[in-house]
Design a binder for this molecule. Structure first.
Ligand SMILES: C[S@@+](CC[C@H](N)C(=O)[O-])C[C@H]1O[C@@H](n2cnc3c(N)ncnc32)[C@H](O)[C@@H]1O
Length: 552
């Protein structure tokens, strides 16, 4: 067993490294952004962008690059490549950068993903590799370095590695980065320029590794019918298409390593993708990368790592590893658990502490959750600032009216007055009972995913009810006290952390909210009294309560 002192020193060391790393990263990012701004006009073509980056790599070029160049000089090769690639992405027009999702994998994460692939059986000395979204060669350059270190000569390495990249400039740049890593020009075109979803890929590979682009695509942009295996008609995401491609081009027993948005784990619309993966491969590891801590530049969502071995379908009784793949290696032991028995069901992360299970849900509080009703930009004519005489309407609660710790009052979109939604007949969308409202999406600056507030009782007495916009979730209950208790609980960090384990996205899912594990109302109410109203302490105690009572 590891001595406690060593373990603590490792954790403290890792934390210190993380702090230094974050500070260093912030400075480099500031340099990269400033450099990109100063060169924006000159860098209007892929060729011009590549030239700027190659000058930087060769430590030459114009004086305006001096500060950034000096900063890069001090870095190890993988970091230097990452920042040169990142500069290229910052030189892209914002629209292009977003549509291609040119956000690169930092070296620590690329290294960790390659390690996971090797643990899963990828043979660095013998296997071939494909990265269909090669970007700045985060994976291929790392693998080139590892293969060279394992004794392969540059030609052998170049024949093993294959990349596809849609951006002409990046395809050129990443080829050069790999050559620099190997200390030798490449004898073949390792990275081809093209759309991986369109080009013919003639082979299958021992490792298919990718941090693919993401974002919705219309069915008119998709070719073939492969998308049906991984997506639903109105909701096709590029990363699901890339996942299908990656599994298709892995050899039997080959490893697929994907760095993808965590929405695939729990999103209701990713059930086909989950079932597809399980039908194609044994799922070996599902790593989580805390995306909101700035691991990926300009990426707000949580990112996961999937490691699977193609061939047999996944055995629901097999243990799956759930490592944390952060900016610094985690010292914590890796948790294992099985995936749910239904192939399409969500893959929750293991509980923070599997012994602390509350055993109740919102339904035990008598609380019903449903999505907010009004989509203002689809029905603008029903949104009015004032109701005419005899016009029927109800005040609209916007997501921004919801703040934890205070009751919620409808306040207009422009922060003045009240907005009303008109109705010509009765509707179940009009909430007349005791209610609370939650924000349905949060941004990366908000510390919590779950943000709830009771609707002020004056809303009912003044207007007879309310409606809320579609970026909210409405909670209703017959008993206002139970609802208030549930709201207090939902706003605690203990519950927020549990929600994050089951959901990987910034949007709060009504389904997952309904299933969320909570302490029983009695346990939380008692704990709240004991803790003198301190909700956080009470939530912690109430989750522990089940353990203590079952131990007794
Ligand atoms: C999220 S980045 C990741 C790049 C790199 N593999 C990494 O991990 O840093 C995705 C890359 O895929 C490229 N890309 C986007 N759509 C593509 C497509 N249809 N075919 C090939 N590459 C594509 C983008 O230009 C971008 O460089």
């Amino acid at each position: 067993m590891q001595p406690l002192y060593d373990y603590c020193a490792q954790v403290v060391g890792a934390w210190g490294n993380a702090m230094n790393e974050r500070g260093g990263k912030a400075t480099l990012l500031a340099h990269a952004r400033a450099t990109a701004r100063s060169l924006a006009k000159r860098a209007s073509t892929p060729q011009a962008r590549v030239e700027i980056c190659l000058d930087l790599l060769a430590d030459i070029g114009e004086p305006s690059l001096d500060v950034f160049r000096r900063a890069l000089r001090a870095l190890p090769v993988d970091e230097r490549h990452y920042w040169v690639g990142t500069l290229y992405t910052l030189l892209l027009p914002t629209k292009v950068r977003r549509s291609q999702a040119t956000y690169f994998t930092p070296p620590t994460v690329a290294d960790a993903v390659v390690d996971l692939a090797i643990e899963a059986g990828f043979d660095i000395q013998a296997d071939t590799v494909l990265d269909p979204a090669a970007g700045g060669a985060a994976f291929l350059s790392t693998l080139a370095g590892r293969m060279a270190a394992a004794g392969l000569n540059p030609n052998e390495v170049a024949y093993r590695l294959n990349g596809i990249e849609i951006d002409t400039g990046l395809a050129t740049l990443s080829g050069r980065l790999i050559a620099e890593r190997l200390g030798s020009p490449l004898r073949r075109e390792v990275i081809i320029n093209g759309d991986a979803l369109q080009v013919t890929i003639p082979a299958s590979y021992g490792l298919v590794i990718a941090n693919p682009p993401y974002g919705r695509v219309g069915l008119d942009e998709v070719s073939g019918m492969g998308w049906l295996k991984v997506a639903h008609g109105g909701h096709v995401n590029k990363y699901a298409l890339f996942a299908e491609l990656c599994f298709r081009h892995a050899k039997p027993d080959g490893i697929v390593a994907l760095v993808i948005p965590s929405s695939f784990r729990a999103g209701p619309l990713y059930n086909r993708m989950r079932a597809f993966i399980r039908s194609q491969a044994e799922v070996l590891a599902v790593g989580s990368i805390p995306g909101r801590e700035g691991v990926f530049i300009d990426v707000a969502q949580d990112i996961s790592v999937l490691i699977a071995r193609k061939g047999k379908s996944h055995d629901a009784t097999a243990a799956v590893r759930f490592p944390v793949v952060g900016a610094v290696p985690s010292a914590a032991p890796v948790t294992e658990q099985t995936l749910p028995s239904e192939p399409g069901d969500a893959w929750p992360l293991p509980a923070i502490d599997p012994t602390l299970v509350g055993g109740s849900t919102l339904a035990d509080y008598g609380v019903t959750a449903r999505a907010g009703y009004f989509v203002w930009n689809r029905e603008k004519s029903r949104l009015v600032a004032k109701l005419r005489r005899r016009q029927r309407g109800y005040p609209l609660i916007w997501a921004k009216n919801v703040r934890p710790g205070t009751t919620c009052l409808p306040s207009g979109k422009k922060n003045a007055g009240t907005d009303f939604v008109t109705f010509t007949e009765d509707s179940t969308a009009i909430v007349t009972s005791a209610a609370a409202v939650m924000q349905r999406t949060t941004n990366d600056k908000q510390p919590r995913r779950l943000v709830a507030a009771m609707v002020d009782p004056s809303v009912k007495s003044k207007w007879g009810g309310f409606v809320s916009e579609n970026h909210t979730i409405v909670l209703t209950a017959e008993d206002p006290e139970m609802l208030d208790l549930a709201v207090k609980l939902l706003n605690t960090a203990a519950v927020d952390q549990r929600y994050r384990r089951v959901s990987g996205t910034a949007a709060v899912s009504v389904t997952l909210l309904r299933q969320l594990d909570l302490p029983s109302p009695a346990a939380f109410a008692d704990a709240l009294e004991e803790a003198d109203g301190d909700c956080e302490a009470a939530a912690g105690a109430a989750y522990r309560h089940v353990l203590e009572t079952s131990d007794a």
